[in-house]
Design a binder for this molecule. Structure first.
Ligand SMILES: [Zn+2]
Length: 409
């Protein structure tokens, strides 16, 4: 006869909050070590957070986790979203529900507790066509926000897991933080915090929000980048052509900040017809902001790679066709783009040592572009040299943020 596990609430971890009222032994706390590098601990004034248990090198895979639930993401139809979230919640096991219910509830006036917890903790997960999904993770959701984070997350769909990478060196005992949304990249501190308070109910206390001199520099950079992009959107004559028309978008004024990143990405990756003098300056500003303020990681490397390869293809096409001149200062731009191409691909291989489809495409593209320019491929560059080169490209050269916005007359 098969043995049957007898349910014992004192052994249920984490205990359900309703049960815990009847148990005099414990008060539920998520505090524990969740992997060799990371521990969940109470943080003064911020509920719980995650602390590095030992020093973590840049671009290290810290932790990965499967979602406890996946639901439709649809801010335009909250009822449909609510139905989907309720279904995801009811499919959770008893222990998962207890973990979910213990997460921060947020401050938005949604009608159900599940909706409030879900929307305060979910990550955008997958997007196929117009169908987007969001997912909640019991441990990953404990990671706090910083506008200058030291880690970044990304979904690995083939394994149905969310992965967390360091984007810089993290000391033992330091809090590991992520940026809660790409939309914060182009917002100044006051604007970011108004949004964070509305969505999550907290005010950020990172260096870019509270240190007066760092905050003023950071605000200036983010505003300047935003100006550049908006200038491009409104078809300024010397700006890269990010116009709504070029991208097949009808109403530029209806664009929300959240979709600005998609807009930027579309602008760069669609390439050929939209590259104009000034694009490289825009790329450099965007990358330097990410590099200096910790908004790095996999998305940073892949953006660097896309920008560099796109610029190299366009420069080559222009030379070959002799239809137009190369951008101003072509040799420096060419050299800078080639370094960026090589360094970003090399560091990406550190993050993803096993070649998947995306990495194979990246390698093939790199080989094509380098072959196109008949250049020496610096395969033997070490990771340390790559990081040094990246730092040089982005830090030691004249500050791309000095002077006024690139596209203002
Ligand atoms: Zn902040």
């Amino acid at each position: 006869m098969a043995s049957r596990t007898i349910f014992n609430p004192t052994k249920c971890f984490p205990p359900h909050p309703l049960l815990s009222r009847h148990l005099s032994t414990t008060t539920f706390s998520p505090a524990r070590k969740i992997c060799p590098l990371l521990e969940i601990v109470p943080i003064d004034g911020r509920g719980f957070g995650t602390i590095a248990t030992q020093e973590i090198k840049p671009y290290t895979l810290i932790f990965s986790e499967s979602p406890v639930g996946i639901a439709q993401y649809n801010p335009l139809d909250r009822y449909q979203e609510q139905v989907s979230i309720a279904a995801a919640h009811s499919a959770m096991s008893f222990g998962q529900k207890a973990g979910f219910d213990s997460l921060h509830e947020g401050v938005r006036p949604f009608s159900t507790k599940e909706m409030r917890i879900w929307n305060a903790n979910c990550f955008m997960y997958d997007s196929v066509g117009s169908n987007s999904t969001s997912a909640v993770f019991l441990d990953m959701s404990r990671i706090n926000h910083s506008c200058i984070p030291n880690a970044e997350y990304d979904a690995n769909f083939s394994k149905n897991r969310m992965v967390l990478f360091s984007t810089q060196r993290i000391r033992a005992g330091e809090e590991v933080t992520i940026n809660y949304g790409h939309e914060y990249m182009l917002k100044a501190a006051e604007e970011r915090n108004a949004h964070l308070r509305y969505i999550y109910g907290f005010t950020c206390t990172c260096k870019a929000c509270v240190d007066p001199s760092f905050k003023s520099l950071s605000d200036k950079r983010r505003r300047m980048l935003k100006e550049d992009f908006y200038c491009g959107m409104h078809d300024h004559s010397t700006a890269p052509d990010f116009s709504a028309k070029a991208l097949g978008i009808d109403e530029p004024s209806s664009m929300k900040p959240g979709s600005l990143t998609q807009y930027i990405d579309a602008g760069f990756s669609d390439g050929i017809n939209i590259f104009r003098p000034g694009t490289i300056q825009l790329m450099r500003r965007s990358l330097k902001l990410k590099f200096d303020e910790g908004l790095g990681g996999e998305s940073f490397l892949s953006a660097a790679f896309t920008y560099a390869s796109t610029a190299l293809i366009i420069m080559h096409k222009r030379m070959r066709d002799r239809k137009s001149r190369l951008p101003v200062d072509p040799l420096t731009d060419l050299q800078r783009c080639m370094q960026l191409l090589l360094v970003s691909e090399r560091l990406m291989r550190e993050i993803k040592p096993r070649e998947d489809k995306g990495m194979r495409k990246m390698r093939e593209k790199k080989e094509n572009v380098m072959g196109m320019w008949n250049s020496v491929i610096l395969e033997e560059m070490t990771v340390a040299e790559c990081r040094e080169t990246l730092a040089k490209i982005l830090s030691k050269e004249p500050d791309p943020f000095s002077g006024s916005s690139a596209y203002r007359a």
